[in-house]
Design a protein around this ligand. Structure first.
Ligand code: 1CP
Length: 354
């Protein structure tokens, strides 16, 4: 099959899936479920296929990416697959010297602090990531009617890794640039918006049915600073992929105060962490958007009965929503019992069957 017919086959087959219907705020046969970080560390079959292969290298092997992406779909019966990759893959692809260190996360050899450093960030071309196009072609053929979610890191979250040089709790250097050299900051996040948009376009062109923009660490910002220094760059990313008509999901952690702005940036679906109940989140986001979330991922360490009670609370708070995609409030923790995830998918499907 040609690439274009792969892409059309994937999206056409998935078009009426519960996940895409919920994103479009259409009636669903049951509330769809998927989990952030479902493809990965909590699964023994994942650890087995990853053995001895560094994280970034595994993202560049299409067969391995396909297998890892499919593992949670097979095991848990989730309603969507998320492409196995990482938010720093496009940065690596344009030549940024970085690595993903086990137990740490992305580490950047030479952090970006000056205008001269900025020149190292060139635009991303589809030919920089041939392995992404190849893997998504293989995946959409295998997935049939199960939609594939593509994703990228949002400009703020990517900037935080590039400026800090790795994970941070305080974002002090990031904020120092944002407040101290706003022109350098705006040029940086604008470049990152173009790179992110190009990375999402590659995934959609290859057949992804929806995209999620992860602004995982935007919750570190006050709303006024988010609106002024971050939102324009994220809005540029959403605008750049609007023409495809695929649902655009926008997610961050600790973003209760930003939910309205994150919707306004151009999302069709707003992801909510576990700190704000969905009935309150919908008031903050306003009409015309679906919500995704928001069971606290640590609830999965409690006994089954407690998981069900907390799940019922999420479903009750979601009862008045126009569109609800069930998810955790953040990623699956590596030590989560995979069987608890499988049971949770079954439970949500049973409780919401219409
Ligand atoms: O389901 C999946 O696991 C899909 C693949 C996926 C996704 C969507 C990975 C694989 N990473 C991501 C996105 C990602 N990467 C985000 C946004 C989502 C989120 O908030 O969880 C972020 C912030 C990163 C950066 C990153 N990469 C971290 C966090 C570090 C920090 O600042 O605290 C880490 C630990 C990684 C490495 C990574 N990415 C993915 C995996 C499976 C791993 C672990 C790699 C390993 O050591 O085996």
């Amino acid at each position: 099959m040609s690439e274009r017919s792969h892409q059309q086959t994937g999206r056409t087959a998935a078009h009426d899936s519960a996940f895409l219907r919920a994103c479009r705020r259409e009636p669903v046969p049951h509330t769809p479920v998927w989990f952030m970080r479902q493809a990965g560390r909590s699964l023994p079959e994942y650890r087995k296929v990853r053995e001895g292969i560094p994280m970034l290298e595994s993202c560049m092997r299409p067969e391995l990416v396909t297998e890892i992406t499919l593992q949670p779909v097979r095991r848990h019966g989730v309603d969507a697959a998320i492409f196995f990759s990482d938010i720093v893959v496009p940065l690596k692809a344009i030549g940024v010297d970085l690595d993903i260190k086990p137990g740490v996360g992305p580490v950047v050899a030479e952090p970006i602090r000056t205008r001269a450093d900025l020149e190292r960030l060139r635009p991303l071309e589809p030919t920089d990531v041939p392995y992404v196009t190849e893997a998504i072609g293989m995946l959409t053929a295998e997935l049939g009617a199960t939609p594939l979610i593509g994703f990228a890191g949002a400009p703020f979250t990517l900037a935080s890794y590039l400026i800090e040089g790795g994970p941070s709790r305080t974002y002090e250097n990031t904020k120092a640039m944002m407040y101290g050299d706003p022109q350098l900051w705006v040029d940086l996040v604008d470049r990152l918006a173009d790179i992110t948009a190009a990375f999402l376009r590659v995934q959609i062109e290859a057949g992804a049915s929806a995209v999620q923009l992860f602004d995982s660490w935007a919750g570190a910002l006050a709303p006024a600073d988010y609106r002024r220094h971050v939102m324009p760059a994220s809005a540029k990313v959403f605008d750049a992929v609007a023409e495809y008509g695929v649902p655009r999901i926008h997610f961050g952690v600790g973003t209760g105060e930003l939910l309205g702005l994150m919707g306004e940036a151009g999302a069709d679906v707003v992801g909510v962490d576990w700190r704000v109940p969905l009935d309150e989140a919908v008031r903050r986001v306003g009409p015309g958007k679906a919500l995704q979330g928001n069971l606290d991922p640590t609830v999965l360490f409690a006994p089954r009965q407690a998981v069900e009670t907390k799940t019922d609370e999420v479903l009750a708070a979601a009862a008045g929503l126009e569109g609800h995609v069930f998810n955790l409030g953040h990623g699956v923790m590596p030590t989560t019992d995979p069987d608890a995830l499988t049971r949770l998918v079954e439970y949500v499907h049973e409780r919401t069957a219409r």
